[in-house]
Design a protein. Structure first.
Lengths: 170, 660
């Protein structure tokens, strides 16, 4: 095999692998990315029921209702709009009314956001970055939220909780 | 006084780095040995002064001097001594100081141990090292000075983030930094080679041990971080595809590729240009990691409070170094002479394939990590790219890589015999089929792909074992002979086998944990009993404990297997009064390499408690794998050729022919 043939073999293999990787990436990007919205964006854009997205905002004070079997209901607000959210499972350590929260899931036909993941962070001052940016944009930012995104540890309550929430063993 | 002294020492180190980044280069140009030797003394002096500066910060933390802003914000007088020390790098400023200290340490080591390097190569390497150091000293002095004083010192500090008050902080960041920063050496060598316009097998032999050291620490650092997240965050996950984790995975993938390509260069004098490019890319990805974590573009477990100036500064450093080195590469790479020929089916060919897959996998991680940021800057849309993306892209690329892995060491250099390699791997193939059959028979539920993945893991492990068996002639020659051959085998062969087997073991753990873990999540009242995966968990009540700077509420569970009590587990919640934060301390119980895991949620008004109980089969293998890989690296590092094989200076000068 000459140097040229060898080089062509290697280049051919490289292109094939890169092509496959590019196809995989594009395919995955189409299927598995999740967009971020706030309640007011949801109100304006009318997101179709069943589409997964991330909802961010503040937990409306006084809206948290704990049901049976770890079911919870609360409202997420961003100053202009509110959206009811249901979730089943353990809420993160620092999930509190009046604090920032990001929930992932989709809207059902009755307009309720069914979350299968709720994210909050381990800091009393923490505010998810998306939420903070959005609040600043809409003019609802207060300076006492300062230090957001600060020293924080993540906590996630995941879908798995929701499924096992009835106290059943998988 | 100590704070001012530490600050002053840092300024001196910066001044020394400036000298070190210019004078030796002039010396190399004018062929003046005295000027070139300046690099050695300045590198050692720099190490001394950064060391003093770092020691000063440690002293301030240990003595709880709250007149220093950094100590006030991150320490508390009641904090245990260990966390006072580790808290030094628990903040942005301190961790950057640790970063430059380790950089100076590596520079000092090259200066002290590099006596057999050609003088001009050493001068170039240390000068490049000093460019990096100068940039980061300036960054610390201008934007993140850890020695700032407060005009009216408070009585008490604000305490360290409770999540960080753990033994993990003592191990994880230093290890990770030793890895990140260790790759700066291969970067400096690559730039030096480009500046000098010559490179050969001896170059690869000098670079390889440094790359190997960095890689060992990075491997251990990532594994340690993963285990820390697993037990500290309280929900039993060990890898989240969080951008910061990806930031450490990318240099690891590129560094692993570099390890393999430098092998080709050392043995066969081929792939020179590619190896240089990989050295540059690996350290660039390390810098990118530092940028992602330290600039505040991400919010994650690792992000500290940030000021925009810092992000801009690091971005600037990033652009200058990556842009500059790639430009230099583009301009000079063609002047490097091409090396030996090889057929596609050969050891070299296999290593090229390895590089191809590793760098492509690295590229997919890169896209998944940076695409959301790019999209937000360009269009304003916010998306999140999570585990599903990486499972769909990263995993399919790793499967062919792992199938090919056992073949590599079986092929000869230059021209290999694929059929022969297949025959020699027949036994490993049988083991894999057996493993698939067994997994299939025992599996209850879970993905149909899981037994196949277990088969792949078994193939990789058995392949590594048959490589050793083949080399020692086990089963073919009398055992005594085989033993003698095993002793005579180069340590690097053992290293390869261990590292490859480590990948297989980690995969085994990953597959078993994700497919067959079982969990219970719900509310338990006093004396409630729950069966899970053959174990019986009974809630025996709560108790309160007082820690040095926290209050702890622990729940006591007794665990029984087949009606026999085996252990008590006490998961707890700690609340830290200073910061008003609480952490969840999970209780772990190892059964062989499987683990039982309990973590607490809230308590209910009627005396019940919300719990998560997990049974995680073979979960410990996930971290034993990387430890085995690091052990393989260590064995390879102790190989004879790396200890005594480096040519002496006189010979080396003759051996280094300028490339045309």
């Amino acid at each position: 095999m000459t140097r040229k043939q060898r080089r062509l073999t290697i280049i051919g293999c490289s292109l094939a692998v890169l092509g496959i990787a590019a196809a995989l990436v594009l395919n995955a990007l189409r299927g598995s990315i999740v967009f971020f919205s706030t309640p007011s964006m949801v109100a304006q854009q009318h997101i179709a029921p069943g589409t997964r997205f991330r909802l961010g905002g503040l937990v409306q004070p006084g809206s948290l209702v704990r049901g049976k079997n770890l079911a919870v209901k609360f409202e997420v607000a961003d100053g202009t709009a509110k959206l009811p959210v249901t979730y089943k499972g353990i809420l993160p350590d620092l999930f509190r009314e009046g604090q920032g929260v990001v929930a992932e899931g989709s809207i059902d036909s009755s307009g309720v956001f069914r979350a299968d993941t709720v994210l909050a962070k381990h800091d009393e001052k923490y505010m998810p970055k998306e939420v903070a940016d959005e609040l600043k944009k809409t003019g609802h930012w207060k300076t006492d939220y300062s230090d957001y995104g600060g020293k924080s540890g993540g906590a996630v309550a995941s879908e798995a909780n929701a499924q096992a929430g009835q106290g059943a063993t998988r | 006084m100590i704070a001012e002294g530490g600050h002053y020492a840092l300024v001196l180190a910066f001044a020394l780095a400036l000298i070190q980044s210019t004078v030796p280069l002039l010396g190399a140009r004018w062929r003046d040995p005295a000027l070139m030797n300046v690099a050695r003394s300045t590198a050692l002096a720099q190490l001394l002064f950064v060391g003093l500066s770092f020691a000063a910060l440690v002293t301030l933390h240990v003595t709880s001097d709250f007149s220093v802003l950094n100590v006030y914000e991150n320490s508390h007088s009641a904090k245990p001594l260990l966390y006072k020390i580790t808290g030094v790098w628990g903040s942005h400023e301190g961790s950057m100081l640790l970063w430059v200290s380790i950089l100076a340490l590596f520079g000092g080591l090259v200066a002290a141990l590099g006596n057999n390097l050609p003088l001009s190569l050493r001068a170039h390497v240390l000068a490049v090292q000093a460019w990096i150091a100068s940039a980061f000293y300036l960054f610390i002095l201008v934007t993140s000075n850890p020695f700032l004083r407060i005009p009216n010192p408070p009585m008490e500090g604000r305490d360290l983030n409770p999540v960080l008050q753990d033994i993990g902080l003592a191990v994880h960041p230093p290890m990770l930094y030793l890895g990140y920063v260790g790759f700066s050496i291969s970067f400096s060598f690559a730039i030096a080679a480009l500046l000098e316009g010559r490179i050969d097998a001896a170059w690869a032999r000098w670079v390889r041990p440094w790359t190997l050291i960095a890689w060992i620490f990075l491997t251990l650092g990532i594994a340690m971080g993963s285990y820390w997240a697993y037990y500290e965050l309280g929900w039993g996950g060990w890898w989240f595809w969080d951008p910061v984790e990806n930031a450490s995975l990318m240099p690891w993938l590129a560094g692993t590729a570099l390890l393999h390509s430098s092998l080709v260069m050392e043995k066969r004098n081929a792939l020179k240009v590619w190896t240089i490019l990989l050295s540059i890319l690996t350290f660039s990805l390390s810098l990118l990691g530092t940028f992602l974590v330290r600039s505040g573009v991400l919010t994650s477990v690792h992000a500290f409070a940030v000021a925009p100036a810092r992000g801009t500064f690091i971005l600037l450093i990033l652009c200058v170094f990556i842009g500059g080195s790639l430009t230099l590469f583009a301009g000079r790479a063609s002047s490097l002479k091409q090396g030996g020929l090889f057929a596609p089916i050969s050891r070299e060919g296999a290593l090229v394939l390895n590089n191809l897959f590793l760098t492509t996998a690295c590229a997919t991680v890169f896209v998944g990590t940076l695409y959301p940021m790019a999209l937000e800057i360009l269009t304003g849309a916010r998306i999140s790219v999570g585990a599903p993306f990486f499972n769909l892209t990263f995993a399919p690329l790793f499967v062919p890589l792992m199938i090919a892995m056992p073949f590599g060491p079986m092929l000869a250099w230059k021209r290999g015999d694929l059929l022969g390699a297949m025959q020699r791997l027949m036994a490993a193939g049988m083991v894999a089929l057996l493993a698939i059959a067994l997994a299939w028979a025992w599996a209850r539920g879970g993905s149909a792909l899981a037994p196949l993945a277990i088969g792949l893991a078994a193939f990789v492990i058995a392949g590594a074992a048959s490589d050793l068996a083949e080399r020692t002639g086990l089963f073919r020659v009398p055992p005594a002979n085989a033993l003698r051959r095993a002793r005579g085998l180069p340590r690097s062969a053992w290293g390869t086998a261990f590292a490859h087997a480590g990948i297989g073991i980690a995969l085994m753990g990953i597959v078993c944990e994700t497919t067959w873990n079982s969990e219970y999540i719900g509310t338990m009242k006093l004396h409630d009993s729950i069966p899970l995966a053959g174990y019986q968990f009974t809630f025996d009540g709560m108790k309160e404990r007082q820690g040095p700077n926290y209050q702890e509420k622990a729940a006591v569970f007794s665990v029984a297997e087949n009606g026999k009590a085996i252990a008590q587990m006490t998961p707890s919640k700690r609340s830290f009064t200073t910061r008003g934060m609480s952490t969840t301390e999970a209780a772990l119980l190892s059964r062989g390499v499987s683990q039982l895991y309990i973590s607490l949620g809230d308590t209910t008004p009627d005396g019940g408690v919300v719990v998560r109980i997990y049974h995680k089969p073979l979960v410990l293998l996930i971290w034993f794998g990387p430890v085995l890989m690091a052990l393989g690296g260590l064995l390879s590092l102790s190989d004879r050729r790396l200890r005594v094989g480096v040519p002496k200076p006189a010979k080396a000068l003759r051996a280094l022919q300028p490339a045309e």
